[in-house]
Design a protein around this ligand. Structure first.
Ligand SMILES: Cc1ncc(C[n+]2csc(CCOP(=O)(O)OP(=O)(O)O)c2C)c(N)n1
Length: 378
């Protein structure tokens, strides 16, 4: 008997468009120069947003943040192939999809501050973004629960003969969750129009993937559920786009779900509460090298195609940073949600007991503020 676990696939099945040190002479995956630039600018916007989040958190101006440095191609490549009516069920590391789908930066910045303008009204944990208009569904802190919601949304589209596709994301660690099993079982049996992306960034906080799962690759899990699966170089934005586009087309044509493992690396900490050097030394540095960094790889490719200059690079970064700084400065100057907003959104009409509690809280808070006026300057 082979020592390999059933269903595992060899590691050399990684789909790539950008070969290492490739010197391309034609545009990849049916993309135009405009598409490629848009994708490149999208990746820079995400990286610049992360740079700003990190600085705000480290200087004590926001409490917590999650970054996705090194995983920009995952977010941009999968989004570029989406249609406006498609549904996105992310986990906490894919807010870049909102940016790529044109959600105003203020929406994200307000959430970072949990201020009055925050669509979650300051009630969600930071990094749990949501945006109804672009079908970007708020993620849950409990790993994996959104996968079954995504399967349900896709099934509804199938019943309604609505051409939308539902995409959902789960980390390598998240593939060990009960809900991954439930969603994959459902997907394999009922074949809803959905695409499940495994973002294999090689760590679940401090746990490396080899200690998480005995299979050689994570896409091999698809075999057991009867869901076609593919493994893609997740730092190759064009390969991510190509695989996504094909999977979405299959879903729209009624051919069912696809599981796509995107092999990447979480180059930053798990969150602002984590210090990755304690469990992996300075290993992350090599993943931001010219050969591995998704942005650097796309840049080299664009250089060979003659659609990149240093002036363009500087302009893209400057514009991204200016827009982000403006949005976060505005968010910082925006008031906190009012106390009584805590009582909104659950009942159409507040029950008498809650009315009493709300009034009591307002009374106490205004008394407290009067008593301590000026004592707690921000
Ligand atoms: C059901 C559940 N178990 C454990 C946790 C604690 N937890 C939060 S994030 C995380 C790691 C998830 O890693 P992975 O799925 O690989 O995604 P990544 O953060 O690496 O992108 C864990 C264990 C949780 N939130 N929910």
């Amino acid at each position: 008997m082979s020592s390999k676990p059933a269903g595992s696939a060899p590691k050399d099945t990684l789909l790539r468009v950008m070969a290492e040190n490739a010197k391309p002479d034609q545009f990849p995956a049916g993309l135009t120069a405009e598409d490629i630039k848009r994708m490149y600018e999208g990746m820079i916007l995400i990286r610049a947003y992360d740079e700003r989040q990190k600085n705000l958190q480290r200087s004590g101006r926001i409490g917590f943040c999650v970054t996705s440095t090194g995983e920009e191609a995952v977010q941009v490549g999968t989004s570029h192939a989406l249609e406006a009516n498609d549904w996105v069920y992310p986990y906490y590391r894919q807010y870049g999809i909102m940016l790529y789908r044109g959600v105003p930066l203020n929406v994200l910045a307000n959430h970072l501050y949990g201020n009055e303008g925050d669509l979650a009204k300051g009630r969600q944990m930071p990094a749990h973004y949501t945006h109804r208009d672009t079908h970007f569904v708020s993620s849950s802190s409990v790993i994996g629960t959104h996968l079954i919601h995504a399967a349900g949304t896709a099934m509804a589209a199938k019943y309604k003969k609505d051409p939308s596709v539902t995409v959902t994301y789960i980390g390598d660690g998240g593939t060990s969750s009960n809900d991954f099993h439930s969603a994959m079982t459902f997907a394999g049996v009922f074949k809803p129009p959905m695409v499940l992306f495994i973002v294999n960034n090689q760590y679940a906080i401090s746990l490396p993937v080899a200690k998480q799962c005995g299979a050689e690759t994570l896409h091999s899990k698809g075999v057991g559920y009867g869901v076609p699966a593919i493994r893609v170089d997740g730092n190759d934005v064009f390969a991510v786009y190509q695989a996504s586009r094909e999977a979405y087309a299959r879903a729209r044509a009624g051919e069912g779900p696809t599981l796509i493992e995107l092999f990447t690396y979480r180059a930053g900490p798990h969150s602002s509460s984590d210090d990755p050097t304690r469990y992996r030394g300075n290993e992350a540095e090599s993943w931001l090298s010219e050969d591995k960094d998704p942005i650097a790889r796309a840049r080299r490719y664009m250089q060979s195609l003659g659609i990149w200059t240093e002036a363009y690079e500087n302009q893209v970064w400057e514009e991204a940073r200016t827009r982000i700084n403006l949005a976060t400065s505005e968010a910082e100057a925006t008031a906190e949600p009012s106390w009584d907003s805590l009582f909104e959104d659950v009942y159409a009409e507040l029950p008498p007991a809650l009315i009493r509690q709300r009034d009591e809280l307002i009374e106490k808070e205004s008394g407290f503020e009067r008593q301590h006026e000026g004592e707690f300057p921000l």
